[in-house]
Design a protein around this ligand. Structure first.
Ligand code: 5GP
Length: 337
């Protein structure tokens, strides 16, 4: 585990509001509500209710709970900083955060993105060893008009903050919304240079999977229900599946670690990356995800390095940034032959 902890890892699938651990949520609660205030104590009591495994639908309830804490500028800024701090502590050298721009009485969607981007910039000074990028998420449970706004905001930020804002993610409850409705917004994002990471085949829905693969994507989130032919397609088009073991098992879309499709992906030699998804909600770290893969599928050290190199390759970083990541890996290997 020490080797995996020290490994300069690359995280490509991390939802901001899902990446706050229980202890970080406490830190955040203290910042937002103050220590020992009634609101803070009530919040602590509510953690307990959620502090156990739950099915996918219930997991979405957990997000609503975290969203309360990040519903102000202050909460959102601290949450962004703390999520980066936690990844940095796990020796993640590069993280692509993704988050759904939200609007409420405290901020507009533009302000939401602005606060997150600013917070990423200041966290980069505080935690210089970690590189951070951002994808704007489209929540498929929300109206298409919101998706269009999200894409146009992401394009706007990509002009001024293109070193941070690099792409679009399609996520949200996979049982809600129709993929084809989002195609025009996604196409326009892609045509204007944004990369696309799409939650695909998270639940069994063969016609939607077909539509998504025909449309194309740079990376595929989860890919749990991809068929053998689909895996051949992924391999041919060099589209990696973002595998999130703990998240899939705890949310019940995969019945056990042994049955996780990482095995099929390895056997098919199809592109894949290991990710956390929601390290806070599912109580994990990227080191733990690697450890699980070594325990369940017998991955050895060099396979863990290879997986990390695959993640570098499939990241939305520039070629210079990718080179930097590979150099860090080489240096690590020299120290840990
Ligand atoms: P946020 O976008 O608020 O920063 O992160 C939480 C949101 O990400 C959730 O409300 C949900 O829309 C999305 N999300 C987080 N985990 C998953 C997942 O495993 N599957 C899907 N489809 N969406 C997710």
């Amino acid at each position: 585990l020490d080797f995996l902890k020290e490994l300069p890892k690359v995280e490509l699938h991390a939802h901001l509001n899902g990446s706050l651990s229980i202890s970080t949520l406490r830190d955040l609660g203290e910042k937002v509500y103050g220590e020992n205030t009634e609101e803070f104590l009530e919040l602590c009591a509510r953690f307990i209710k959620f502090d156990r495994n739950s099915k996918l639908e219930e997991c979405f309830e957990k997000f609503a709970f975290v969203h309360e804490l990040t519903s102000t500028e202050k909460g959102l800024r601290y949450a962004t900083e703390f999520a980066i701090r936690d990844f940095a502590q796990d020796n993640v050298q590069y993280v692509e955060l993704r988050t759904t721009p939200k609007a409420n009485s405290h901020y507009t969607r533009r302000e939401y993105l602005h606060y997150v981007v600013e917070s990423i910039r200041s966290a980069q000074t505080k935690y210089p060893k970690i590189m951070v990028k951002l994808l704007a998420s489209i929540n498929r449970a929300e109206p298409v008009a919101v998706a269009e706004e999200t894409v146009s905001l992401a394009l706007e930020f990509a002009k001024t903050d293109g070193d941070i804002v690099v792409g679009i993610d399609l996520s949200g409850n996979p049982a809600r919304g129709k993929f084809s409705d989002f195609i025009p917004a996604l196409r326009s994002a892609r045509e204007q240079g944004l990369k696309l990471a799409i939650h695909c085949a998270e639940i069994e829905n063969p016609s939607e999977i077909k539509e998504m693969l025909a449309f194309g994507m740079s990376r595929c989130g989860h890919g749990t229900y991809l068929s053998k032919d689909d895996l051949t397609h992924m391999k041919r088009h060099n589209i990696p599946v973002e595998c999130c073991l703990t998240s899939n098992v705890k949310s019940g879309t995969v019945s056990s670690y042994e049955e996780h499709h990482l095995k099929q992906l390895m056997e098919a030699e199809a592109p894949k990356v290991l990710c956390t998804d929601d390290s806070g909600v599912f109580d994990t770290t990227l080191s733990m995800e690697f450890h699980l893969a070594t325990q369940t599928f017998g991955l050895n050290r060099s396979q863990c390095i290879e997986l990390t190199k695959e993640a570098v390759h499939h990241s939305f970083a520039s070629s210079e940034e990718k080179q930097k990541m590979l150099i860090k890996l080489e240096e690590f290997l020299k120290r840990n032959p």
